[in-house]
Design a protein. Structure first.
Length: 413
């Protein structure tokens, strides 16, 4: 991916610095030296500005290219000064090195951002030699002697600073990557521990609970056949039907626990494992006890996974139960929206209009919503519950349209 020129305001500020420095230095030298404007080498100034603009645009993305351009500029200045003195460097500024004013920034960027350092060192040494002028004997009392420290400031100092900042930058990146990798490994270990716990729980449920439920269903079926009175046979049939439904739900939950919640499976096109969420019985039951209940459905109620339908059923059931217990006399609206990849449930009730019944409030365990939230998360859904601004209560659940069980089939007890 192509790197942007500036990722933050600090980079922009540091990139504008070379151009501002060039303009400031040139203006200061002209002013302090009392050089007439007619004596200023404007084409040399323009070359410096162009070099700094190149640095401004490319010193992070192409640091060695910028250094190569700067080195080429220095070689041009050297040739001109040896053959035609005073052409590129003003004779009124004899202590200035024969380098572009953007040289320190080019060296700094190459040492900091480039991976291969030896080409940068070669070009830095070339510019150090050009700035030092070893072929000239310059006495200490000569004004030209100031060229020596200027050469070091122009080349060696920015190289050392660039190397330091580059090493610091790479160290920070390495530490950041190591921390991110450790965090990912920790998440994987935690997920593996949860998966192992789910498998252990599924095994216990399969071996113990389903066995007991199967015995209960068989005994209820036998009682229905051998009972002599109609009331006993009816009760036995209801018990057997409830046990069969519990077994079916338990098989689905065991399958989900073994496989873990997955959302990357393709929904079967042949309609297998499909179930229709029917909330009519719950709504009628709520109305029969005097609760003004309204059901609003949007979309196709055909779900791809039975587990999702049963989980949605439990969400509505728990919300209606809580409304009857904690908001007597309130109205309840159940919104159900079906889409291609998810199911959303919103159960909202108004504030209580009648006195609370202490016996109803104390009848629950107090962990219904918590258990419901865990059940929704087990199928990779989300549940949010809380009071509304009008004093009522709202339960909002989002479920995936399809959650496969282990192997895509039910396990036999």
């Amino acid at each position: 991916m192509k790197r942007p020129l500036w990722s933050n305001w600090r980079e922009f500020a540091f990139d504008v610095a070379p151009l501002a420095t060039v303009v400031t230095v040139i203006g200061t030298v002209v002013f302090l030296a009392g050089i007439p404007l007619s004596m200023v080498l404007w084409y040399s100034v323009a070359l410096d500005v162009l070099v700094c603009v190149a640095l401004l645009l490319f010193r992070r993305t192409h640091p060695q290219l910028c250094l190569a351009v700067t080195t080429g500029t220095a070689l041009v200045m050297l040739g001109c000064e040896l053959l035609w003195p005073g052409v590129m460097v003003s004779p009124h500024d004899p202590t200035r090195p024969w380098l572009s004013l953007g040289t320190p920034f080019a060296i700094y960027s190459a040492m900091k951002y480039s991976d291969r350092k030896w080409p940068s060192w070669v070009m830095t040494v070339v510019m150090l030699v050009i700035a030092w002028r070893p072929w000239q004997f310059i006495p200490m009392e000569s004004p030209y002697f100031d060229v020596r420290p200027s050469a070091v400031l122009y080349t060696i100092l920015p190289a050392v600073i660039g190397l330091y900042n580059g090493a610091r930058r790479r160290l920070i990146q390495a530490l950041t990557e190591r921390a991110e990798r450790a965090e990912r490994e920790q998440d994987l270990l935690a997920e593996q521990a949860r998966a192992d716990e789910r498998v252990k729980l599924a095994t216990e449920m399969h071996d113990v609970v389903t066995h007991r439920l199967s015995l209960m269903v068989l005994q209820a079926g036998a009682l229905r056949i051998t009972a002599t009175d109609e009331a006993t046979r009816t009760a036995a049939e209801e018990l057997r039907a409830a046990g069969c439904q519990a077994l079916e739900e338990l098989r689905d939950l065991v399958g989900v626990l073994r496989s873990g919640p997955r959302t990357d499976e393709v929904i079967p096109e042949d309609g297998t494992n499909s179930a229709t969420l029917d909330l009519t019985a719950l709504i009628e039951e709520s109305r029969s006890v005097g609760v003004q209940t309204e059901l609003i459905e949007d979309g196709n109620p055909l779900l791809a996974s039975p587990v999702v339908g049963r989980t949605a059923y439990r969400v509505v059931q728990e919300a209606l139960t809580n409304a009857r217990k904690h908001a007597p006399g309130a109205w309840v609206r159940v919104y159900v929206r079906y889409s291609g990849d998810r199911l959303r449930l919103v159960i909202r009730n108004s504030a209580a209009r009648s006195p609370l019944d202490p016996s109803l409030i104390g009848s629950g365990s107090g962990s219904g919503l918590l258990g419901l939230k865990q059940r929704v998360e087990l199928v990779h859904g989300r549940l949010r519950a809380g009071p509304t601004d009008s004093g009522g209560f709202e339960v909002d659940a989002i479920l995936p349209a399809y959650v496969p069980t282990a192997g895509g089939q039910h396990d036999e007890p």
